[in-house]
Design a protein around this ligand. Sequence first.
Ligand code: ADP
Ligand code: MG
Length: 230
Amino acid sequence: MTSTTTQTLLRLDHVSKTYGEGESSVEAVHDVSMDLEAEKFIFLMGPSGSGKTTMLMMMGCLLRPTTGSVHIFDEEVSSLAESRLPHVRRNRIGYIFQGFNLFPALTALENVEATLNLKGIRGDAGRAEARNLLERVGLEKRVHHLPEDLSGGEKQRVAVARALAGNPPIILADEPTGMLDSKTGRLISEILRDLAHKEGRLVFMVSHDNRITGLADRIYHVEDGELEEQ
Ligand code: ADP
Ligand code: MG
């Protein structure tokens, strides 16, 4: 029997997140469910403060939901012991943080190498793989530059290379084009789209950039922590 449906890699089931307790508590995400498949380039759009980063962090096992569950492949990660989470993050997730979040004192190569080291790829193998990943994002001529000597687009390429460390099947990106001009933003988005379409990954990207929505396979909109699909 053949099937044309692609595999669900990440699933949110009635996920909510409340920060704090009592009168000062804030419900940042309310009852969000979604099924996210391999090979898809999916956008999450919404105004500032609508819960996008909170949602992404729960997908990336950086934050636990208050209620509801998160599944990565067939594993319910939202109820895993804290000690098991680094393993999931290391093997399944590449995360591009809001802002570039590079180590300012490390070169492009060392930034990628540091992430590889954290994922257990060390020594000569780590260095060679860091070079390889920077080449893949077109940065082979900039490997020894510090972040301050790189343009915004180049810094974001380093962040993409870093997210590819360890070859994760899921890439989560928090406003990766937010600090870039339109042309550079589009280039970065095209790199991310290719990681989905040509390499079979799930790429889920937070954006409020209307110029690049044409690249997405699916767009979710979030308003006050609640979701609607478009
Ligand atoms: P977005 O990424 O869409 O701008 P966030 O997920 O960062 O939204 O924030 C959603 C809501 O949750 C906002 O009201 C924000 O102030 C609040 N919030 C975010 N992080 C925290 C936190 N650590 N503690 C308390 N409130 C938070
Ligand atoms: Mg945010």
